[in-house]
Write a protein that binds this ligand. Structure first.
Ligand code: PXG
Length: 295
C-alpha cells in the first residue's frame, strides 16, 4: 500500500488522490441510490474471486438495466490497475457503478453515461471479536417481489435500519427474517447454522444476496466432508443450533455466540465453524481462486 501518501481513486478513467476524489451532487447514485457495487478483497497479491465479483456486478447491472459500457475484462483491468497504482497487496476493493449524472427526476434516460469508481485501501475485518452477539431484527429483508436482494445495489437502507436496531440494543449484528419469517441473512453477511454436524443455510430464493463468501464456505464445507443443506431456517432453529456463523467479504467468517439473549451452543466459537475458518484462511490466499495483481 502507498505509505505516507493518499490512496488513488479511479473515477471514469482517471485517478484522483482520495481528498480530491469527488462526484457530482447530481449523480443518480446519490440522488436515488440508482447504481450497483461490489466489495472485494485482495490477499497477499491475489484478488480473491475477482471474476466472480465482476460477474455478479454485471448481473446486478443487467437487472437494473444499467449499461456499464465496459467489458468484464476491462473492468478487471481497472481493478488491477487501481491496486498497482496504490502499491497494494492486501486491500478492500470497492467497485461502484452509478446511473451517472443527470437532472432531477428518476428517469434514467437523462443520465448519459454511468459513473464508475474503484477504491482500494486497507481494511480490517469488520468485527474485531472472536464471536459476536446478534439479534433477530424487526426489519424484514426486502422481498424478492420488491427489490431482489441478489441485486447488489446502492440501496442499503433496509440493511442499515436493521444494523441501527441491533446497535441500539447493544449487540453487534442484526439477523433479518424474510417476509415469511424465515431467517434470511445478516445486515451485510450471509448466515449458516450447524446442527448435529450438518451445515444449513437459507436458499438464494429465500431473498438473500448470493454471497461469494457463502459460495466459498459451501465448497469448503463439502470438501471437509460435511453435509450442506440449503433450506429455510426458522428462528427457533437458529436459537437451538449447535453453532451459528455469518460470512461476507468485509467480515470474513464470524461466529455468533448469543442471539436475543440465548447462548448458542456453549457460548464460544464451535468446532465446525473453527475448521471452516481455518480452511477459509488458506483458500483466500490461494492463487488458484483469484487474479494476481502483479505478474
Ligand atoms: N449479504 C448482504 C446483504 C451483503 O451486503 C453479503 C451478504 C456477503 O456477500 P459476499 O459476496 O461479500 O460474501 C453482503 C456483502 C461493509 C459491507 O462495508 C459489507 C457487505 C456489503 C456492503 C458493505 O461492511 N457485504
Amino acid at each position: 500500500m502507498v505509505k505516507n501518501a493518499e490512496y488513488l481513486i479511479y473515477i471514469n478513467g482517471k485517478f484522483y488522490p482520495k481528498s480530491e476524489a469527488k462526484i457530482s451532487v447530481y449523480d443518480h447514485g446519490l440522488l436515488y441510490g440508482d447504481g450497483v457495487y461490489e466489495a472485494i478483497r485482495a490477499y497477499k497479491g491475489v484478488v480473491f474471486k475477482l471474476k466472480e465479483h465482476i460477474d455478479r456486478l454485471f448481473e446486478s447491472a443487467k437487472s437494473i438495466k444499467l449499461d456499464i459500457g465496459l467489458s468484464k475484462k476491462e473492468m478487471e483491468e481497472i481493478v488491477i490497475e487501481t491496486l498497482r497504482k496504490n502499491d497494494s497487496k492486501d486491500a478492500y476493493i470497492r467497485i461502484i457503478v452509478t446511473r451517472g449524472v443527470g437532472p432531477m427526476g428518476v428517469d434514467p434516460r437523462n443520465c448519459k453515461k454511468p459513473t464508475i469508481i474503484v477504491i482500494a485501501e486497507p481494511r480490517e475485518p469488520i468485527f474485531k471479536k472472536e464471536g459476536i452477539e446478534a439479534m433477530v431484527s424487526s426489519i424484514r429483508r426486502t422481498p424478492i417481489w420488491a427489490l431482489d436482494p441478489r441485486i447488489k445495489s446502492l440501496n442499503y437502507l433496509n440493511n442499515v435500519l436493521a444494523k441501527i436496531e441491533a446497535l441500539s440494543y447493544g449487540v453487534e449484528e442484526a439477523i433479518m427474517p424474510n417476509e415469511h419469517g424465515y431467517v434470511a441473512e445478516a445486515s451485510t453477511e450471509n448466515i449458516f447454522i450447524v446442527k448435529n454436524n450438518k451445515i444449513i443455510t437459507p436458499p438464494v430464493n429465500a431473498g438473500i444476496l448470493k454471497g461469494i463468501t457463502r459460495d466459498t464456505v459451501i465448497d469448503i464445507a463439502k470438501e471437509l466432508g460435511y453435509e450442506v443443506v440449503e433450506r429455510n431456517i426458522t428462528v427457533h432453529e437458529l436459537f437451538n443450533a449447535d453453532e451459528v456463523f455469518v460470512t461476507g467479504t468485509a467480515a470474513e467468517i464470524v461466529p455468533i455466540i448469543k442471539i436475543n439473549g440465548r447462548i448458542i451452543g456453549n457460548g464460544s466459537p464451535g468446532p465446525v465453524t473453527r475448521k471452516i475458518m481455518e480452511k477459509y484462511r488458506e483458500v483466500c490466499i490461494d492463487p488458484k481462486y483469484g487474479t494476481p495483481i502483479y505478474g
